[in-house]
Structure formats: structure tokens, C-alpha cells
Design a protein around this ligand. Structure first.
Ligand SMILES: Cc1ncc(COP(=O)(O)O)c(C=O)c1O
Length: 413
């Protein structure tokens, strides 16, 4: 594969200053000019609300917004754009989904009403981000379903234990596709297969995977999947929740207001068709149009190509970091199974101190638990320093990270 890295870097205005090493894409990715332009154009030229008025700006806004929904559907190989719900991000997607699954009563029957057992548990993993995990914990408390965790095995999941945990009593299986801490790309197909054999619903958090791993909901054979735009080059404040049509049609909305109704009378309301019935109020229209442009950008380069390129950088980073005395890498070492995230700990300094020294050298990393405290507990550390890579990073960025880390080691030792 030839990857014209200079051409790619030129697309990102924030990379214009020399000596800046942005290694925090797992927190939020940088934005290509094409996305900024698409959003700018909306606000300058045709700002209007969607699905309502008939003047030309409103028609253009609606067309571009719906075009972005269709692009999102194609991006994940959904059967149709009707299955795409526009949200404010992964956190809102996860909360909407959990609430609506609960309130619609489908958890009792699982995904498959022909498998009639009493559902008693939710199965998730030790790897989840808080935005997936905390709504599940709250759901478990409200419904008295028991929350069970597939444990870590090395930096991946223990599939043998998963097999035992997922039983005919399982209502829901919620699994992260790629970890935002270890980078591990999980075998979601395998988990989905286990879950569907017992009629459980399968939900996937694809936030750290989007833009790094080709997303194909049909191949994964899952029931719902969500992600945030801002981790895949779109603006902040917009995200996608995909739910397979047969399940989506059974779900009741959990948020109410304008746009999600077909009619309202004094004694009640009727809901709009899917997906609008799950989209109460005005959404982030400019953000969604930006998400469409971000998908175009990712597809021009090719997500497979991005993964191949980023894997090489991640692999180089792991080798270099492990050559520094006192540094331990806590990440999936098989770079092909890593979505570009390399977390590490240093025995000579706390992650926050490390990050501060690196910041002085314009190396941007993130210290902390990365909203994955259960995962950190399983790794037996309180916090890590995380370097995360995307298509605009280079081996020079890794060299700068390593040089700065050597400096930190000298200072603290
Ligand atoms: C794996 C994963 N899931 C979910 C989220 C939540 O995304 P947001 O904060 O955009 O809602 C994040 C953000 O860090 C993430 O990395």
C-alpha cells in the first residue's frame, strides 16, 4: 500500500505547526479541512432546520442531512438508512438504547421470542467504556437482572468464560468492538454467535473502532451498534445508533417532543415512523453534515488502508516503548488486532507527571483511566498513559514520544 502521508497530513489544519505530535486520537480525532468546510458551508450558506420548511435553504439542509444518514448506513453496511438514529454521540446512543430496550419489554423475551426462557442476566465485558457500562449497571439495578463480566485474558477477552456466562437466561450481551485503552479488536462475531444461539440481544460499542476497523453490522451479525462522530474526524456532538429493523420496529421511544410524533391530540400522541420516532427535537444538523464529509474522507483513503498503516505505527511504538527501561506496554501486541491504541505505565513516574513532561515537548497524550476503571482494575493499575494513533501520525511522532519519555525518565530517576 502506498500512503502519501504528507498529502494526508496537509488535510489537517491543526498539524500545520512543526514539532506538534498529536497522539490523542482515541480521545478525539483531528478534523480534516473538508469536514470543517462542510460544516462552515452549512452555517454560512444554507442554515435552516430540517424536515420542516420549503424554502431552498431548508430543502438543501434536509437533503444534505439525509444524505449523511445514508452515508452512515453504507459506512456500517446497514440494510437501510431507516435503521440509523442520529444522536449526540456514543454516550447518548448507549443511554437511549438501554432505556428503550427496557421500556419496550424486549429484554424479557430476548432478541428471539421463540426462545422462551426467563431472562435473568446481562453479560458485558471488563473492557467497557463507562458510557456503555454505567447505563448497564443502572439497568441491572432497575430490572434486577444480574450483570456479569467476561474477564480479560491477556489484553483480549476470555472467550471460554464468555461461553459459560452467556446462557439461555441472558437477555442482553453488550460488548466493545475495540478497546480505547488496550486497542484490542474483539471477536464480536464469536460473541454474537454465542448470544444468538440463546436468543439474547447483542449490542456493540464501536466508538474506538470507527474509522480504524471496517464496520459491517451484517457480517458481525449483531442487533445494535453505536459510535461517536468525533472519534472518526466528524465534529463533536453527533453520533450514530444503528438498530436492526426487526428489533427497532418493536421498540418504544424513551424521549419525547417535536419531530418524533405523527400527530398529537389532547389525550395522547402517535409516533412518527422509524427512525424519526427516536429523534425528538432538533439534532446537530451541521455536525451530521460534517459526519457525512468525514465518512467521505475516510472512504477516500479506505478504512482497511488506515488500519494497515496505523497498525504499523502502533507496532513500532510498542517495540520502541518496551526498549525503555521501566516502561511496560499494556496493549494488544498483535498490531493487526490493535485499533491504534498503545497504553503504558512507567515505574519511574505517575501517568499524569509523564503526560506533563511530554506536553512540554508538544507530544499530546492522555493520562488517567480513560473512562475504563473496571479495565484498569483488571490490569491491576490505577491509571495509564495512552498514545493513540490515526492516519496522520508518523514514526517521527513515535520517536518524539520516546525521546520525551527518556527525558522524563532522566528527570524522575
Ligand atoms: C470505546 C468508547 N466508547 C464510548 C465512548 C464515549 O464517547 P462520547 O464521549 O463521544 O459519547 C468513548 C469515548 O472515549 C470510547 O472511547
Amino acid at each position: 500500500m502506498t500512503f502519501d502521508i504528507q498529502k494526508i497530513r496537509n488535510c489537517f489544519p491543526q498539524l500545520k505547526s512543526d514539532g506538534y505530535h498529536y497522539l490523542d486520537s482515541a480521545a478525539t480525532s483531528l478534523t480534516p479541512a473538508k469536514v470543517i468546510d462542510a460544516v462552515d458551508e452549512y452555517y454560512r450558506d444554507y442554515r435552516a432546520n430540517v424536515h420542516r420548511a420549503l424554502f431552498s435553504e431548508a430543502v438543501t439542509a434536509t437533503d444534505k442531512y439525509e444524505e449523511a444518514r445514508r452515508k452512515a448506513a453504507q459506512f456500517i453496511h446497514a440494510k437501510s438508512a431507516e435503521e440509523i438514529i442520529i444522536t449526540s454521540g456514543a454516550t447518548e446512543s448507549s443511554n437511549i438504547l438501554v432505556r428503550t430496550l427496557e421500556e419496550s419489554g424486549v429484554l424479557k423475551e430476548g432478541g428471539d421470542p421463540t426462545v422462551m426462557t426467563e431472562r435473568a442476566s446481562i453479560v458485558t465485558t471488563e473492557m467497557e467504556h463507562h458510557s456503555a457500562l454505567v447505563p448497564l449497571q443502572q439497568l441491572a439495578k432497575r430490572t434486577k437482572l444480574e450483570l456479569k463480566y467476561i474477564p480479560l485474558k491477556d489484553f483480549g477477552l476470555d472467550y471460554a468464560v464468555a461461553e459459560k456466562l452467556i446462557t439461555e437466561k441472558t437477555a442482553l450481551v453488550s460488548v466493545i468492538l475495540a478497546s480505547n485503552v488496550t486497542g484490542t479488536i474483539n471477536d464480536v462475531e464469536k460473541i454474537a454467535d454465542m448470544a444468538h444461539k440463546v436468543g439474547a440481544i447483542v449490542v456493540v460499542d464501536a466508538t474506538a473502532a470507527a474509522g480504524h476497523v471496517p464496520l459491517d453490522v451484517r457480517k458481525l451479525d449483531v442487533d445494535a451498534l453505536y459510535f461517536s462522530g468525533h472519534k472518526m474526524m466528524a465534529p463533536t456532538g453527533v453520533g450514530i445508533l444503528w438498530v436492526k429493523k426487526p428489533l427497532l420496529e418493536k421498540l418504544e421511544p424513551s424521549s419525547f417532543g417535536g419531530h418524533m410524533i405523527s400527530s398529537v391530540e389532547k389525550d395522547g400522541a402517535e409516533w412518527a415512523p422509524i427512525p424519526e420516532r427516536f429523534e425528538a427535537g432538533t439534532k446537530n444538523i451541521g455536525g451530521m453534515i460534517g459526519l457525512g464529509a468525514a465518512i467521505d474522507h475516510l472512504e477516500e483513503v479506505g478504512v482497511e488502508n488506515i488500519h494497515e498503516y496505523v497498525s504499523e505505527i502502533a507496532s513500532y511504538a510498542m517495540t520502541k516503548l518496551e526498549s525503555i527501561p521501566g516502561v511496560s506496554v499494556l496493549a494488544e501486541h498483535d498490531a493487526k488486532k490493535n485499533a491504534g491504541v498503545v497504553s503504558f505505565v512507567c515505574d519511574f513516574a505517575h501517568p499524569h507527571d509523564v503526560a506533563e513532561i511530554l506536553a512540554r515537548d508538544r507530544v499530546a497524550v492522555r493520562p488517567g483511566h480513560h473512562c475504563a476503571e473496571v479495565l484498569h482494575a483488571a490490569l491491576e493499575v490505577k491509571a495509564t498513559t495512552r498514545a493513540s494513533f490515526h492516519l496522520y501520525n508518523t514514526k517521527e511522532d513515535v520517536d518524539a514520544l520516546v525521546a520525551s519519555l527518556e527525558k522524563a525518565r532522566a528527570i524522575f530517576q
